[in-house]
Design a protein around this ligand. Structure first.
Ligand code: 5GP
Length: 189
């Protein structure tokens, strides 16, 4: 998606450890118009996939996920990173390791928001090693529902996530694929 790539080129900052900072439009301040275009693009890509629900993880996935949900006219549910105060029996729970934060967190979704009849489109801001997307896919599996596809805004193609997800048979659509962040420069695939 050219608009997103242009924005990354203009405003992205490459940090230590192959981390891309995009807090001017996605990770802190949010460019709502860009998010709406992203929602429209995912709608086009997955229009034939029978999507009944959008799922993401708080917090940066929420903006693009809600725009996709708006376009596709389905509900959006976000997995919560902290334990909810409600009973654990009411929750689907998975552990997700973050390479960027170097910590494991528990993500939860209330059982009442996923049904076996659901076809879930997973949306996330970044795809790196695939841990977040895999955690969400496992939650969808716990509910007996199906993953309709995985939509990513920014894929770091030089890391292992895409390969892992494709190996499991998931359809992965990434709007911007980065081949390298070497030398502090963003090179697209
Ligand atoms: P994964 O689980 O695929 O290893 O990493 C994806 C998650 O880690 C995303 O949800 C995102 O929050 C975070 N992440 C991974 N790489 C980056 C990055 O380069 N920049 C930012 N801002 N977040 C990242």
């Amino acid at each position: 998606m050219e608009l997103l790539k242009e924005k990354i080129k203009q405003e992205g900052i490459v940090l230590e450890g192959s981390v891309l900072k995009v807090d001017t439009f996605l990770n802190h301040q949010v460019d709502a118009e860009l998010m709406h275009e992203i929602g429209r693009t995912f709608e086009e890509l997955f229009s034939e996939s029978g999507v009944t629900k959008i799922m993401t993880i708080e917090s940066s996935g929420i903006a693009p996920a809600v725009m996709t949900a708006l376009r596709m006219r389905v509900p959006m549910v976000f997995a919560r990173k902290r334990k909810s105060l409600t009973l654990r029996e009411d929750l689907y729970t998975e552990r997700v390791y973050s390479y960027t934060k170097q910590e494991e967190s528990e993500v939860t979704v209330s059982r009442k928001f996923l049904a076996p009849s659901d076809r879930v489109l997973i949306i996330d801001d970044f795809l790196a090693h695939g841990e977040a997307a895999l955690g969400m896919a496992r939650i969808v599996g716990q509910a007996g529902a199906e993953v309709a596809g995985i939509g990513i805004l920014i894929e770091k193609s030089f890391q292992s996530g895409r390969g892992k997800l494709l190996e499991l048979g998931y359809r992965v659509e990434s709007l911007a694929r980065i081949a390298s962040l070497d030398g502090g420069t963003v090179t697209f695939a």
